[in-house]
Design a protein around this ligand. Sequence first.
Ligand code: OOG
Ligand code: MG
Length: 261
Amino acid sequence: MSLGTNNIDLQAQAVALDSAARERREIDPPQQACTLAQAYQIQRASIARRHQRGEQPIGIKLGFTSRAKMVQMDVDSLIWGWLTDAMLRADGGTLDLSDFIHPRVEPEVCFLTRRVIDRSLTMLEAVAYLEAVAPAMEIIDSRYRNFKFALEDVVADNCSSAALVTGAFSDDFRNLVNRGVAMRFNGHAVQLGSTGAILGNPLRSIVQASQLLSQAEMSLPAGSLIMAGAATAAETLTPGLHVATEIGALGRVEFFVGQLP
Ligand code: OOG
Ligand code: MG
C-alpha cells in the first residue's frame, strides 16, 4: 500500500495495530492525525492480515450508534468495522482475560442477514433482508493506551472490536423498539437502558450499514452478522465475573470471566 497524501504509512499503522492486538499490548495513538478515509484504509489492511492468517469474515459492527457511547468515549460520529470468526465466544461460556488487553463489555442487538446487502436499504426494506435477531454483548478492547483515542484512531483500530457473544436468535422483529436493556455483573445491574437508544430503533442500524457498505462499494453476503452498536456505556471486565444481558422480548445472553492464572 502506498503512502497517504500526507505521507502517513498506512500499512505500517495496520501492522502496528494488528501486532498490538495479537500481543495484547497497548500502543500510543499515532502522533500525526490521518484522515477518516485513511483510517478506514488502515482498518481494511489490518483486517486483511487477519484473513491472511485464516480468520473468516462473519459480518460487521456499528459503533457509536447511541448517545451513551458517544458521550462515554467523547466522539460524535457513527463508525463501522469488521467481525471475524476468531471473535466469536459461546453464550454461557467462559471468557479468557488473557486474550485481551483491557476489555470492556457492552449490551448490543445482533442481526443475522438473509439476503446479500448490496445497496442502500430503507427502513421499510430492512426486515426483508434479515433472518433473525438476538440479544448480544460485544467485548471491546482498544489497542490504544487507556482506551483513549480520536475518532480516526478508533476506526483504524477496527472500532475496538475484540469479541462477541450472541444469545438465541429469533425471527420476531416486531418487539425491537423501546425494549428494556439490563446488563448485570454477578446479578447487580451495572447498565440499564433501552433498545431505543440505538438510533431510535435497532433496525435503523441495518439501513445505516447498507448505506456505509454502498458508499464503500462493498456488499455483505447473506448469513452475515450485523452488530447494531451498544445501547449503553461499556463496563470494564474483571476476573471472576458473571456477566448477563437481558433485552426485552429478545431474551438473555451471558458469560463468565475466568480467573487470571
Ligand atoms: C469503540 C467501539 C464502539 C459501540 O457499540 O458503540 C462500539 C469503543 O468504544 O472503543 O462498539
Ligand atoms: Mg459495540
